[in-house]
Design a protein around this ligand. Structure first.
Ligand SMILES: [Mg+2]
Length: 124
């Protein structure tokens, strides 16, 4: 499964389970950005619900942190793997809902990162 397929499947599964009840109509317009940011959002899905979706991605990161804080270290590799999967799945569903080409974005960003200086010019 490639990243684009993962995005479509994650979004489809999320919709089938009651998430993303509004329809997003934003197409990936990275080559031709929309004039007004607010025109991106249609129907019942508002910017606030997008913020909530992003917060849920963050909640999965927090769950990964909690896994590492668990005293029984023998249990955390599988649990950590599951939380990392949750982060990817929620991110993939979000990108698909907005019509973003996440696969291209990842490729572009990895290429950009390859050309950046040591620690991206920061101390840590
Ligand atoms: Mg989780």
């Amino acid at each position: 499964m490639n990243i684009t397929e993962m995005c479509e499947k994650a979004h489809k599964t999320a919709k089938e389970h009651g998430f993303w009840d509004g329809e997003m109509t934003w197409k990936d317009e990275t080559m031709n950005p929309p004039n007004e940011h607010i025109t991106i959002v249609k129907r019942t899905t508002t910017l606030n619900s997008l913020f909530a979706k992003l917060a849920l991605i963050h909640s999965e990161v927090s769950e990964a942190v909690e896994v590492l804080r668990t005293p029984n270290s023998l249990k955390w590799p599988p649990a950590l793997r599951e939380e990392l999967a949750d982060i990817l799945i929620r991110t993939a569903a979000f990108a698909a809902a907005l019509g973003l080409d996440l696969e291209k974005a990842v490729q572009d960003k990895m290429t950009k990162n390859e050309g950046r200086p040591w620690k991206h010019g920061r101390l840590a």
